[in-house]
Design a protein around this ligand. Sequence first.
Ligand code: FAD
Length: 500
Amino acid sequence: MYNNDNSIKEILIVGGGTAGWMTAAALSNALHRGCNITLVESEEIGTVGVGEATIPPIRTFNQTLGINENEFLKHTQGTFKLGIQFINWGKSEHTYFHPFGAYGKQFDMVNLHQYWLAGRETDQVSAFDDYCMAWAAAKLGKFSPPLADPRNVLSTFEYAYHFDAGQYAQYLRRYAQAKGVKRIEGKVAQVNLNPRTGFVKDVILENAQVLPADLFIDCSGFRGLLIEDALKTGYQDWSHWLPCDRAWAVPCELKELTPFTKSTAHAAGWQWRIPLQHRTGNGHVFCSEFMSEDQACSVLMNNLDGDALAEPRLLKFKTGRRKQFWNKNVVAIGLSSGFLEPLESTSIHLIQAGIAKLLALFPDKSFAQDTIDEYNRIAINEIENIRDFIILHYCLTEREDSELWRYCKNMSIPEPLAYKIKHFKQYGRLIPREMDLFGNASWLAVHIGQGNIPDKLDPLMKYRNVQATDWLNKLKLAMQSAASQMPNHKSYIEKYCKSF
Ligand code: FAD
């Protein structure tokens, strides 16, 4: 019975941006030349050309492919990222840090932030940021990888990268081609469906070349050539919760190699600052209902910390997700599957998550509907949890100085998010959900950073006699001292991963 070979023999990946080449690299690595993988892309159409900040799980993706970290950073002009600094989000002139890693070290079943809240009442503690190792290092411009020893404060942080996404795609292209992936340069002109099953049968290029396959991966970007144009899967629009719909992007001269991303809120959106080895990436994400494109461009150009190195580029998008991520024999990965604005650098992660799910639920030619449903169930949970985390940054604002912020402060929000906010406000409780990408520390950073201070302490605190403020402040000093001895981010890069 097991000898009946119904396995997928031909995979066609449509699109060669970050999504296309990450998918090609991972599938060629996992499938061991057992099936033919072809990728078609069009240089004339090009890629979206942004996407430079990541979150820590990207390291697992690279490790699974056997990629050496320093080599990869050399080839992608990469730098290290310890978190994101948010400026002017909760209120104007206010900053906080979303760290990668924990706040201090857990020492009791009652969470550390409860002790911090108790200390705050009597002014015995400083800003919450001061109790995490990632910020202790980031604010001094320091970086070295975390230690493994759990007793050491240097084990309490994580890191990700900033890199040139175009160079990352090229790097993965070389990797995938070395593992047998065939690349075809050409423009897809037509997608043919099997009239009986509605499955995609083949795609036809402008030069009339026909590319049939068993499984198609749609990495064609926002348009979704297969998942939408051909299969009419439908899109769930989230712009009422995430109203930003445009971004201007421009690189500028590198002035400061911070080991973190900066996100600065403006009147109708926010600006990113992402330092790479050879330049700083900048962009202004904004809502076109509340600011004109020209005005938004001026806001960006007037807030660069170095001379611009190119003309600014405008990108348009609609936040939301495809109604199904996997439909018949097409799996949408990357921008073709949906888009959450880049506030928490989650798009590349969603590509990685899509690939991981596809491998965990890899189909045969029968394309069992249960497999497809399970993929979609997980994918929807994942993206909705991330969506809610991003909305949290907007809806917790206290700003009322412009239309965008007044709208966000008063908008209705998804019920599961309202539930989480209510629990945190009552007793400072964090309510995790299945498939939550962002853990307690991330939610804590935004709740506290944006002023959602609990009304009461966790009732368990009444059973604690521990006077923890001394301990917290010792922890802070230990982190400061450890950070001061770490190498500078710039020197670390120059020593280990300087680009050619
Ligand atoms: P694309 O890069 O658009 O690639 C599409 C591919 O399809 C191209 O190769 C194109 O040639 C091909 N194609 C299209 N049509 C055809 C056709 N007819 N025939 C043949 N080929 C075709 N993500 C992060 O993780 N971190 C960030 O900091 C971040 N910042 C972002 C900022 C902005 C403003 C935006 C819009 C996105 C950002 N992203 C970020 C998302 C990130 O850029 C994308 O997730 C990532 O680049 C993947 O894009 P993609 O490969 O799906 O699409």
